[in-house]
Design a protein around this ligand. Structure first.
Ligand code: PEP
Ligand code: MG
Length: 567
């Protein structure tokens, strides 16, 4: 058995189809620049044609977001700067086209990969995907065509590029396992979209598995079992059937309201990163957007996004969510999120440094542009503006004042702005949680960001594997901070959401409902399960459970209490 990362849930059993992309040996050769430039132009045109054909075939099978990956590829293949650099190298060094392509591509790939940012790393994958295609055309290699697979299999590969994944026919391809990749790599995103099980980052799989080996892919646990015995196969067939039955059963919760057995209503919302995520959120029964992380808009762009670009994105989300509320978080950059075009001086502790609202209150030009875009979009839906990383009332009041200043300016310009915009803050710094009763006098709502609240209250860097044992959502100290936050808000008649990962954890729903949390915001695929759990609980009993939980002394005591109360 090999262990990887569960990237797209499910269990499946089938024969392995090993997908090996031919390695190309490229050596530098002296060549006639004119001939090589012609060869390069032809290879680019052929590659462009390939990408357009793949996109066309995938239309209807993939969501707009996945199809957009091919637009990104077309941009790479048509990029004049890339083309010019390759041609200059061919001309100046009088060398073969494939060597020039490889050299220029590697330079870009290294540059993007060196950035400490998941999104930029994905861009490196796009460049690798496109330039490999160009090189194949240049040297006349045709890799195996995945769209021709016509019998049931599990694909085993070093990695699958978006173009590979787009060609998979779900009827035959039951799942895949790759050697590299993480939960946010493109292959993982595509697998979730196609709803086929996938395990990525399975070290050693290409060496261990032979073509035709029987494979159990347990993408619930991230396990790949090679050549299992009959007993193991029977056990996993049962697990597969149980999983499929559960998925079907959960669909019944899509249009239901979220209400406890004794009539206490809560809202289940989705966390989104781009406007395209709204489709999946609604398909999974989201009742609101509880966190729109706008930093992706800044990270996906070559320069600061303009007011107009931002307006278009915010309007799209608000319109799609109709009467449901949308919490848009203002720019949360810094810490582990960087913008290549906005250099920040290196700091000893970036998570404790110049980030989020601290940066926005300093770079008012950036902040005001975002606020104007948000205010202009506000008339298209139900907007809640949320500031990240607030530590003091002064920060909150300063940010809120800027919203009103920009609103006044827009109204003076004759531009309509909604009157029912709510302005709130993330509770992710312990100081704000402790002072929640004071914040509640000036804010319309709170959203608890447990990812950061835990890192700051435990003083444990969320990026460090060595101290990850301190990520303890069930530690009574954290539950007390959550209780303070909710009690402080409710005293002033304000509502509280949670948008950190804890909100979607099945074990946490009981105790959070008992503490009085109003909105639970999570990744879209966690919503239906959360609704099933919430709708089976009694609010009165959960209040008792929560009262006991905050009196416990350790995280494991709290978990034992939850497991013995909620069956
Ligand atoms: C959080 O800190 O819990 C949160 C939701 O924000 P992020 O994970 O983007 O820091
Ligand atoms: Mg945070």
């Amino acid at each position: 058995m090999l262990k990887g990362i569960a990237a797209s849930s499910g269990v499946t059993i089938a024969k392995a189809y090993k997908y090996e992309t031919p390695a190309i040996e490229i050596v530098k050769k002296e060549a006639d620049p004119e001939v090589e430039i012609n060869k390069f132009d032809l290879a680019v045109a052929d590659s462009k044609h390939d990408i357009e054909t793949i996109k066309e075939k995938a239309t209807g099978r993939l969501s707009d977001e996945e199809l957009a990956i091919f637009d990104a590829h077309l941009m790479v293949v048509e990029d004049p700067a890339f083309g010019d650099e390759v041609k200059n190298m061919i001309t100046n060094d009088k060398i073969n086209a494939e060597f020039a392509v490889e050299t220029v591509a590697n330079m870009y790939i290294t540059m993007f990969e060196s950035l400490d940012d998941e999104y930029m790393k994905a861009r490196a994958a796009d460049i690798r995907d496109v330039t490999t295609r160009i090189k194949y055309h240049l040297v006349g290699i045709k890799p195996a065509d995945l769209s021709l697979i016509d019998s049931e299999c599990i694909i085993v590969a070093h990695d699958l590029t978006p173009s590979d994944t787009a060609q998979l026919d779900k009827q035959f391809v039951k799942g895949f396992a790759t050697e590299i990749g993480g939960r946010t790599s493109h292959s993982a995103i595509m697998a979730r979209s196609l709803e086929i099980p996938a395990v990525v980052g399975t070290k050693g799989i290409m060496e261990t598995v032979k073509n035709g080996d029987m494979i159990v892919l347990d993408a619930l646990k991230g396990n790949v079992i090679i050549n299992p015995d009959d007993e193991t196969i029977a056990k996993y067939r049962e697990k597969e059937a149980k999983y499929l039955a559960e998925v079907v059963a959960l669909k019944a919760y899509k249009d239901m309201e979220t209400i406890s057995v004794d009539g206490h209503k809560i809202t289940l919302a989705a966390n989104i990163g781009t406007p395209d995520d709204v489709e999946g959120a609604l398909a999974n029964g989201a009742e609101a957007v509880g966190l729109y992380r706008t930093e992706f808009l800044y990270m996906n762009s070559q320069a600061l996004p303009t007011e107009e670009e931002q307006f278009v994105a915010y309007k799209k989300v608000l319109e799609a969510m109709k009467e449901h509320s949308v919490v848009v978080r203002t720019l949360d950059i810094g810490g582990d999120k960087k913008l290549p075009y906005l250099p920040i001086d290196p700091e000893m502790n970036p998570f404790l440094g110049y980030r989020a609202i601290r940066l926005c209150l300093d770079r008012k030009d950036i902040f005001r542009t975002q606020l104007r875009a948000l205010l202009r979009a506000s008339v298209y839906g139900h907007l809640c503006i949320m500031f990240p990383m607030i530590a003091t009332l002064d920060e909150f009041n300063a940010a809120k004042a800027m919203v009103f200043e920009e609103k006044e300016k827009l109204v003076a310009e004759g531009i309509a702005v909604a009157d029912d915009i709510q302005i709130g803050l993330m509770i992710e710094i312990p100081a704000a949680a402790v002072l929640a009763d004071q914040f509640a006098k000036v804010a319309d709502f709170f959203s608890i960001g447990t990812n950061d609240l835990i890192q700051y209250s435990m003083a444990a860097d969320r990026m460090s594997e060595k101290v990850s044992y301190l990520y303890q959502p069930f530690n009574p100290s954290l539950l007390r901070l959550i209780k303070m936050t909710i009690d402080g808000a409710h005293k002033e008649g304000k509502w509280v959401g949670m948008c950190g990962e804890m909100a979607g954890e099945p074990d946490a729903i009981s105790v959070l409902m008992g503490l009085g949390l109003d909105e639970f915001s999570m990744s879209a695929t966690s919503i239906l399960r959360a609704r099933k759990i919430a709708n089976s609980l009694s609010h009165a009993e959960m209040k008792e459970l929560a009262a006991k939980a905050v009196e416990c002394s350790t995280s494991s005591e709290v978990l034992d209490l939850i497991h013995s109360t909620v069956k």
